[in-house]
Write a protein that binds this ligand. Structure first.
Ligand code: CA
Length: 242
């Protein structure tokens, strides 16, 4: 079985080496880049399975690298974990909706990093091998897993891999209430390092993108979330999953 390849884009050489060493030890093949331009070049040339991307980089910064990856026709779906210098930046970056799959705030432990990498890779794999490939329609929202596309009132809206998976999971099971813990486990993987609030942040991002239809995802006070129980049984629509 070929080893999964991780591209580490980090300008601090000490940190880059620590990351490369530890990820190699976990069995990954590590590629590294010391600036954004080189990172982008390697991402396009070598098509890694995951990119670990520092935010503050000389020349092309992490946000721009992320943006360009997402716009690329060949590597747009590559999972990206962004490393931020301090925790407060995470919400700011998330608010920009640039399409990273996860965020890590410095300083982080190697153990936490490895857990996140594994979780993101696992989710990516699940999305690809998932058997729920048929488009589903829920009211004004249409989700096409095969094309990784969401249409809201027939307008395409760009979702990150994580947001897409969360929306798809809930929309496939309308009316069913999920506790935050269960959503974390089933959508974000069983990475126990995560805090409850993480799922809230992702829900908020998904709702924002649903715009006027944000209330399709309902908050069930004291419990969790559910997708509104609407079923639009037009031709080709899928019944809810059991
Ligand atoms: Ca840096």
């Amino acid at each position: 079985m070929s080893r999964e390849r991780i591209l580490v884009v980090e300008d601090e050489s000490d940190l880059r080496e620590v990351l490369a060493y530890n990820l190699s030890r976990e069995g990954y093949h590590v590629l590294s880049a010391r600036d954004g331009a080189d990172g982008l070049r390697q991402a396009l040339d070598k098509k890694p399975d995951l990119i670990l991307l520092d935010l503050m980089l000389p020349d092309v910064d992490g946000l721009e690298v992320c943006r360009r990856v997402r716009l690329s026709p060949t590597i747009a779906s590559t999972p990206i974990i962004i490393v931020t210098a301090k925790g407060g930046e995470t919400d700011v970056v998330l608010g920009l909706g640039i399409g990273a799959d996860d965020y890590l705030a410095k300083p982080f432990s190697v153990k936490e990093l490895v857990a996140r990498v594994k979780a993101v890779l696992r989710r990516g794999g699940q999305v690809q091998e998932g058997n729920v490939r048929q488009p589903i329609r829920r009211g004004p929202i249409r989700i096409d897993p095969a094309r990784h596309e969401v249409l809201v009132e027939d307008e395409p809206v760009r979702f990150t891999a994580t947001e897409f998976r969360l929306l798809q999971f809930l929309a496939t099971r309308p009316g069913r209430v999920y506790e935050r813990d269960e959503l974390l486990r089933r959508v974000l993987g069983d990475d126990t390092i995560r805090m409850d609030r993480n799922i809230d942040v992702h829900i908020r991002a998904v709702r924002k993108k649903l715009g006027a239809h944000r209330d399709m995802i309902e908050t069930v006070r004291g419990v969790g979330y559910k997708f509104r129980d609407v079923l639009n049984r037009e031709a080709g629509d899928q019944p809810p999953a059991r």
